[in-house]
Design a protein around this ligand. Structure first.
Ligand SMILES: [Zn+2]
Length: 357
């Protein structure tokens, strides 16, 4: 039997840890040159890595460095949105340095995730299969269990999967009362046969604060997510789907999520396409727009303001290893009522008020 004294000590220890990080919920957008690698660190220092960048040393090293700088010695939860190398590829190398607790994953495809006859996928996926971790199926409605922060008044935290494998959570009774007026206003695109269409969609909430990470979900599925019912509802921060490629970032999605802040996890030449910039501009709610990289797929002036861009280099291919790989950091206040986004490398920092607060 545990003594009350030991329980008290444990409680004190957890409060002290939370205080060390001042009780914030932190999100780091790590530069994987147009891959996915979003690290979440909760007030109680629990960690979630959504996607793991590319294999080949560069991105895993950047992820490990960011995680260690955040005080982590392991990754409690790793979520893989879909089976493309820029999302699951870095996992095995990261796991060699930071042990994983649980991996949340959709079923691994038998052949090629995009249905190609010739595929290197069976070879690419082998090290991923061999990672020592608990595995949990990722499906619409799944919740990544996160501990509530200690202390009275601490905001409630939840990380929930809204869609995966083209299946969606059911609309709530409240959502059913309001059909999205933007339903059917923009034409569909040809059916996407790739695994992007199956991408998992995640919503992180902390008190009233809400952050959307839709992996690489594409156009027609994005529309389905918000019409006729807006399943995610409005959010504070939108991570552009698919690195800002314009086969994703349906304007109806962006307008329906109505984010205050947009963060694009693009590379110099990967993502960041004109249609996505136009979709972001079409959302009246947007107060600030951040990019991991300046996009060289559009003229310089189409990009976000200079101080809102973490990396300005135009290094691609092997040379991209020399990119400074500056990250974007967000800290959500312990009560969830405001959040600060910063780019430590250039000194930018700005605080935004959470919508529902
Ligand atoms: Zn991707």
């Amino acid at each position: 039997m545990k003594s009350p004294f030991r329980l008290l000590l444990a409680l004190f220890a957890s409060v002290a840890w939370a205080d060390q990080k001042t009780g914030t919920l932190d999100v780091y957008w790590i530069d994987s040159e147009g891959g996915g690698s979003t690290l979440i660190v909760t007030p109680s220092l629990e960690s979630v890595l959504i996607d793991t960048g590319n294999p080949g040393g560069r991105d895993p090293a950047r992820i490990v460095a960011a995680a260690r700088a955040a005080g982590l010695t392991r990754l409690d939860h790793v979520v893989i949105t879909h089976w493309h190398g820029d999302h699951f590829g870095g996992a095995a190398e990261v796991a060699q340095q930071l042990p994983f607790g649980t991996i949340y994953q959709r079923a691994i495809p038998i052949g090629d995730p995009d249905g190609r006859a010739q595929s290197t996928f069976p070879v690419q996926i082998k090290p991923f299969r061999e990672i020592a971790a608990k595995r949990v199926a990722l499906a619409a409605g799944a919740v990544v269990p996160l501990q509530a922060a200690a202390g009275a008044g601490a905001a409630r935290i939840e990380l929930r999967c809204l869609a995966a494998d083209q299946q969606f959570v059911a609309p709530t009774a409240e959502q059913l009362k309001h059909q999205n007026p933007l339903t059917g206003t923009v034409p569909a695109k040809p059916i996407d046969p790739s695994d992007n269409a199956n991408s998992a969609v995640l919503l992180l909430s902390f008190g009233a604060f809400r952050f959307f990470d839709g992996g690489d979900l594409t156009w027609n599925l994005e529309e389905k997510l918000v019409t006729p019912w807006n399943l995610p509802g409005v959010v504070d921060v939108y991570q552009t789907n698919h690195h800002g490629l314009e086969v994703s970032n349906h304007p109806v999605l962006v307008q329906s999520l109505a984010p205050t802040v947009v963060v694009m996890n693009n590379g110099p030449k990967k993502g960041g396409q004109p249609g996505s910039f136009a979709a972001i501009r079409s959302a009246q709610s947007v107060q600030a727009f951040y990019q991991i990289h300046q996009s060289y797929n559009v003229p310089a002036e189409e990009n976000a303001g200079r101080e809102f861009i973490a990396n300005h280099d135009n290094l691609t291919g092997p040379a991209a290893a020399k990119c400074p790989a500056n990250l974007i950091k967000m800290s959500v206040a312990p009560d969830g009522r405001s959040y600060t986004i910063s780019i430590p490398a250039n000194g930018h920092t700005r605080t935004y008020r959470t919508k529902g607060s």
